[in-house]
Design a protein around this ligand. Structure first.
Ligand SMILES: Cc1cc2nc3c(=O)[nH]c(=O)nc-3n(C[C@H](O)[C@H](O)[C@H](O)COP(=O)(O)OP(=O)(O)OC[C@H]3O[C@@H](n4cnc5c(N)ncnc54)[C@H](O)[C@@H]3O)c2cc1C
Length: 173
């Protein structure tokens, strides 16, 4: 953020930037935000239930946190209206979110793979390979679009053809 604010183009767009923080200390306080990376412990119990980020019911990496927050809120409301607010009733809430919960381990694997690939400069190889292999191309699209679960993305992105396309991209000039 500091590097962004230091850019001349940004400075031009922010009049009196040099005075920021002089009158209100909060002017330049920024928070980069955090994404939940796992399921919260005890996200429901007798007469309480959590939804969205607080519950960790977010598909890691997919940028669909608002959708998940609304979706899990609706699911919690449906369970409350149908089954009540006991701990036992909220077992159905857990089951209703199985699509997200089952996908979390795959999301974590994707996240670690992407971090490692970026660190070692391998993303360009993957992108070049995606030009050759349609399965890999679809897998990359689905990885960020939330159209399909990560389980499918990982399976599609790690086929023999996709691996072969990546090896070719790595060794060809
Ligand atoms: C930088 C960044 C970019 C993002 N971009 C996207 C995006 O492009 N698309 C997308 O879908 N998602 C995006 N997300 C994720 C998305 O913002 C969240 O997943 C979503 O807002 C979660 O909704 P929520 O209702 O679960 O939680 P929140 O939106 O965090 O709402 C929780 C609320 O509870 C309040 N609160 C906390 N503690 C207390 C308390 N003790 N008493 C009373 N109130 C309290 C908080 O102030 C807050 O208003 C982004 C997140 C970040 C950090």
């Amino acid at each position: 953020m500091s590097a962004f604010l230091a850019m001349p183009q940004v400075r031009c767009a922010l009049p009196n930037f040099e005075n920021a923080g002089r009158f209100d200390a909060n002017d330049l306080r920024f928070f980069k935000g955090r994404f939940p990376r796992g399921l919260a412990h005890n996200f429901f119990g007798d007469r309480f239930v959590m939804v969205g980020d607080a519950a960790g019911l977010v598909r890691a990496f997919k940028g669909k946190g608002v959708t998940s927050a609304i979706q899990t809120g609706i699911r919690a409301a449906q369970v409350i209206l149908r089954d009540g607010i006991s701990s036992r009733a909220f077992q159905n809430y857990y089951r209703a979110n199985a699509d997200i919960i089952d996908d979390l381990p795959y999301g974590r694997v994707m996240r670690q793979l992407t971090i490692a690939a970026s660190r070692f400069g391998l993303m360009d190889i993957v992108l070049r390979a995606a030009e050759r292999d349609s399965h890999l191309r679809h897998a990359l699209f689905d990885a960020v679009s939330a159209h399909r679960p990560y389980r499918d993305v990982v399976r599609e992105g790690l086929t023999l053809n996709a691996t072969w396309a990546m090896m070719r991209s790595a060794f060809e000039p």
